[in-house]
Design a protein around this ligand. Sequence first.
Ligand code: HEM
Length: 375
Amino acid sequence: ALRYPFHGEHQAGIVTPAQDRLHFAAFDVTTDSRDALVELLRAWTDAAAAMTAGELVGAGSPLPYDAPPDDTGEALGLDTAGLTITIGFGPSLFEKDGVDRFGLRDRQPRELRRLPHFPADNLDEARSDGDLCVQACANDPQVAVHAIRNLARIGFGTVAMRWAQLGFGRTSSTSTAQATPRNLFGFKDGTSNLKAEEPEDLADFVWVQEADDPAASWLTGGSYLVARRISMRIETWDRTSLREQETLIGRDRVDGAPLSGGTEFSEPDFALAGRDGPIIPMDSHVRLAHPTHNNGTKMLRRGYNFTDGADALGRLDAGLFFIAFVREPQSRYVPLQTTLSRDDALMEYLEHTGSGLWAIPPGATEGTYLGQSLF
Ligand code: HEM
């Protein structure tokens, strides 16, 4: 059985080698009771610890006959498949429409503000934001769905699911031991990503540090999760020449090497020029996203492919559910996304349709609950 520990300094599901499947859900809290919210977090922590250990939720037995079983049952007999459950707090948990719902307003981190409207955003309210988020990842979709379903069941009366997204096929590697997967444009994705084996970069770019924000020291050892549902114009892309595709990305499609040469993990040479200008075009995705053009910014990307059926015109409703873990969403992610949304030539094939930002509290230790340092 593939099992990752639930307890630890950081929550699982961040530097954990990216699993193959995702069920992501955003919830709104429907009670104004702080105690009920704390009770929910306790219950979610217990259930998440049990499920990631391959145990049943709740009483651990389907009996008694006269009550609905605690565990919904569809993961019985399945391998845990590397299940991780990661929980986060949205800006609206701290303050919504000017109301301090749970007495948390003065503990809201400076960096936890609703993401701004980026150029060309076409966001669907019904796929954006939420008081809480839960990211469930596993190598078996049924195991990931079982996790979200049971947390939703436990939360009945305290939270309501606001929106959810299924993902298949990881679009990143988060460990050097993993092969680089591909996104739906057919390109390797995750080559130049932060990896579990780079603790110094993780401390700089993923984990919130004690001194970052005095009002939010409860978040030390945590992170922020950025989610963007990005629709991809698959049919248009599939009628685009290979040359154009590689020019837009800035990498070779088969091997993933930068257009400036070398192999997959060679550093791109942005200065290298041919007869018509730079070999890696100025408006290509990797040039604009690269740390050298963004004040050194790096992030841990952990997204998934999705398809949600077809649209009314017979096109695939497909894309990339972008997830990134970052230490400084406002001062580092927002400027980078602004640059990409405005200048990236790839945007002609993309449409951002959902968005959210959550603070990811540090991991729980034995006997504590997720987010305990906040309350
Ligand atoms: C790199 C595709 C959205 C940030 C890459 C690479 C591909 C790719 C193929 C090169 C391989 C790699 O290094 O991983 C896509 C597609 C997207 C998308 C198809 C949308 C559907 C985004 C977004 C962001 C982003 C929204 C963040 C704001 C990055 C970064 C790199 C990267 C930071 C690494 C650049 C480097 O250091 O060389 N992307 N990407 N991407 N992408 Fe994206």
